[in-house]
Design a protein around this ligand. Sequence first.
Ligand SMILES: *[C@@H]1O[C@H](CO)[C@@H](O)[C@H](O)[C@H]1NC(C)=O
Ligand SMILES: *[C@@H]1O[C@H](CO)[C@@H](O)[C@H](O)[C@H]1NC(C)=O
Ligand SMILES: *[C@@H]1O[C@H](CO)[C@@H](O)[C@H](O)[C@H]1NC(C)=O
Ligand SMILES: *[C@@H]1O[C@H](CO)[C@@H](O)[C@H](O)[C@H]1NC(C)=O
Length: 440
Amino acid sequence: MRVDLQCAVFVCLVVGGRITTALPAGASATIVYTDTLPNTPLSRWKSQLRYGRPDSLRNSPFQSKEAVEAINFRSDLEYYSAVSFGTPPQTFKVMLDTGSADTWVIARGCPTSKCANHATFDKTISTTYRNGSSDWQVTYGDHSFAGGLSGWDTLRIGALTITNQSLGLAMYASPQFTNDMVDGIVGLSFRGASNNPDNQTPMDRLVEDHLLPEPLFAVYFPPRQVASVGEFTFGTVNSARYHGDLVYVPLSRKPYWQFELEAAYIGNTVVDQRVQCMVDTGTNVLLVSNEAARAIHLQIPGARETHSDGWILPCSRSTVSAAPSALPGANESTTVSPALSSMALIAKSQSFSPDSTHARRSDLGPALTIQFSINGHNFTVPVAGLPLEPVKSRPGFCYSGVAGGSPRWILGTMFIKHNYVVFDHGRERLGFAPIRHSSS
Ligand SMILES: *[C@@H]1O[C@H](CO)[C@@H](O)[C@H](O)[C@H]1NC(C)=O
Ligand SMILES: *[C@@H]1O[C@H](CO)[C@@H](O)[C@H](O)[C@H]1NC(C)=O
Ligand SMILES: *[C@@H]1O[C@H](CO)[C@@H](O)[C@H](O)[C@H]1NC(C)=O
Ligand SMILES: *[C@@H]1O[C@H](CO)[C@@H](O)[C@H](O)[C@H]1NC(C)=O
């Protein structure tokens, strides 16, 4: 998650309490959050991703002038792109992040040994590099941070060349970054979200220099089973990537890509209405309020909230056979309501099964979707696609792609991999349409 800690909107919205982060490396840490960001589940997710190894890597040349590849490197959860800084170009893997506005890369000379795992930017060999006047630092919503020197240099994204882009040269970075796949971040939200609001973002620079046919970019993140490479298109919308017409909604609040969601449903059940929501390529999950997370999981057979792992659900049908009492975890509550508990028990062996015998089959079968109502149209995320990585200590259970804790909802890659999104910088609006894959 790439939300800037200094954003007043986020700070103090809060979840107090004690959250245990679960790291697949076997490490596990308890973090105490007080008066802090609402996005602690996200923090857990980011950590997991950063400590994990990517399950595939691919480098291939850019396909067209405007298209920039986004490599799906970990089960649809995180995508990176290749960009270069400096002259001659030094190439890096970065996250193109619509949830933040700072652009930075790990610098040569970063003293932490872990920086050696990364490509590092050497300003001394760039003929276009200029020193900035101040130190630079950024802290994100998951408490990860980076900092060092500020400077200016040329940034190349795909075939686009941005001169004099403000750039953070990280001389230190938290383990979330030094252990991550990416060498840096390119911030694509509006500049007010930056720690240095005076600095123009790459989109500001692209628009000001008239380098784009249209002042917008669009994102296509296909699920892994479809393709391992998605794309950002700068300046154009790729109509081959979506069905029907784009539905636009004005931004409700800059500097983020934020809008008012009319309503959200799971099946035919209203989850919430008139919700402030942002679209973030740097977040993995659907991050919603605690109440909404509860309302959604109530409708999902076998889903439960745990103290240590947040919301979890059966990875697939037939994978969960243990009775609730046999599940590990000393002090957790399942949130399955009494009315639904018998269904939940059936579901333990038949979750998402098309032929489940429980009542309300149409509501609980594989066709069950979460629907986001935007400007009179519903955009869906199938419940069958929610299970993320397996929870090691709970055989058959996976982390849920819906997490609670954020009054302002964040639609992360879990949403974007089902819906094409246009980030219209010039008209200050977002466009949505159901994703289309070339084969469909
Ligand atoms: C940037 O500042 C450093 C000292 O902090 C100096 O050694 C270097 O020459 C400067 N580089 C440029 C391009 O001005
Ligand atoms: C780069 O941009 C900054 C801020 O807009 C400006 O102060 C500086 O003069 C520019 N440098 C060059 C070489 O254009
Ligand atoms: C969106 O989905 C909900 C729940 O299924 C439904 O009640 C509503 O009519 C739908 N809206 C549109 C515009 O289709
Ligand atoms: C279980 O949760 C209750 C209420 O949250 C708490 O008072 C109790 O100490 C917890 N027990 C354990 C073993 O964690």
